[in-house]
Design a protein around this ligand. Sequence first.
Ligand code: FAD
Length: 417
Amino acid sequence: MMEQSYDVIIIGGGVVGCAVARSLAFQRCKVLLLEKEPDVGLHTSGRNSGIVHAGFHATPGTLTARLCVEGNHAIRKYAESQNIPFEQVGTYVVAVDESQVPALQDLKGQGDRNGVPNLSLIPVSKLQKKEPHLNGHTALYAPTGAIIDSRALTKALANDACRSGGSVLYWQEVKEIQERADAVTVVTRDGRYRADLVVNCAGLYADRVAHSMGIGGEYLMVPFRGIYFTVTRSGPPIFHSIVSSLSNVSLPFFGVHVTRTIHGAVLVGPSAVPVLDREAYNGFHNRFSSMAKFASQQVVWKALLRNRQLLRLAWKDDSHPQTHEYFWREACNVLRGLEMQELSLGSRVGIHPQLIRTDGHLVDDLIVESTNRTIHVLNMVSPGMTCALSFAKWLTDRMQGSGQGARFKTSYWANVS
Ligand SMILES: Cc1cc2nc3c(=O)[nH]c(=O)nc-3n(C[C@H](O)[C@H](O)[C@H](O)COP(=O)(O)OP(=O)(O)OC[C@H]3O[C@@H](n4cnc5c(N)ncnc54)[C@H](O)[C@@H]3O)c2cc1C
């Protein structure tokens, strides 16, 4: 079979792969994006909360902190230029009573250190005109928090890549990568493609692709399923922006929050419950081999025991009889006047690809590992969509910086921040 040749092959058409493909295509690279599904954005990138995070959650000094703040700005500019549904509604984090105010001040300090613009602490009583249902004592307000149609963003990035000379092929699940000194060959069920460099943006499967190249062995991806409830009341939305309680901010994946979507629904969620399959969107695990393999891995149990918060979250599965009440209570922490019967289980389900070290510790920053001719993007958990554009710039800047014509010296990437 004849191999078609490219400068760079990207594996995965989520928001990250599409952003990287666009960035490279703009730099006149001959880029090919291979996606296993019939369209882009069908997994995590099309199933998230659609929040463009302001950047106060991330630990100062981490790559995620930097990329989130830069990415927030980049997405706003991009959405405006492409007419992608986007609204800068602002984000609130509320202290339920006075005792939580010092911790809220600390969170503001963290956001200031990350460079989040114009953060302020506001008594909730002064916000009643804007958000009459907001509950609590004091709110941290981040005006750059925004909402977007994440699937539309992903598709726009892919279209942009194609308009600039890149190619996207669907139904092309990458089965094997053969790396040699002079090039890499990527093998799918019905094709072989040759490139100088491969970038693995396979999301929920990125660890598997990395492991197949003999790297990232110290990490395992554990899928955490996130469901949402929807507020069903008629009339204007009960809430217009994004809010979470202070006690949820430090939870893995930021805990349950309330957000209006760009299409006018009000979501309460997501949860984060460990599941045994990477695509267990319906909660039912029908791939027995994958379940059995996952459950037999000691590191998974070690991680759950080591991270008590995860255990606490684990029982809040949507099949649990208390789940409805749990989501309602979470919403009532930040909203007034919501009745339990106004919440119904929504259809949106996403799966967080959380990386865990073999010693059981959760990885809380983005990881980029590489071989000479392959780069692997691991742990793109929330706020991965917000970071997508700035990450693509970060990555492609480094490719140019150490490039030798169309050949890239990729060993430079490992553990850089
Ligand atoms: C419930 C939930 C809510 C979230 N909310 C937010 C939010 O509000 N704001 C925010 O910034 N972030 C949020 N995130 C995080 C964000 O959605 C992700 O970080 C981001 O979408 C990851 O994008 P990705 O391109 O890495 O992965 P994906 O979107 O999963 O894309 C990976 C792609 O690779 C393809 N693929 C996989 N294996 C192969 C293969 N072998 N061959 C070819 N193709 C392959 C898949 O089909 C998929 O299309 C949320 C995540 C979850 C789970």
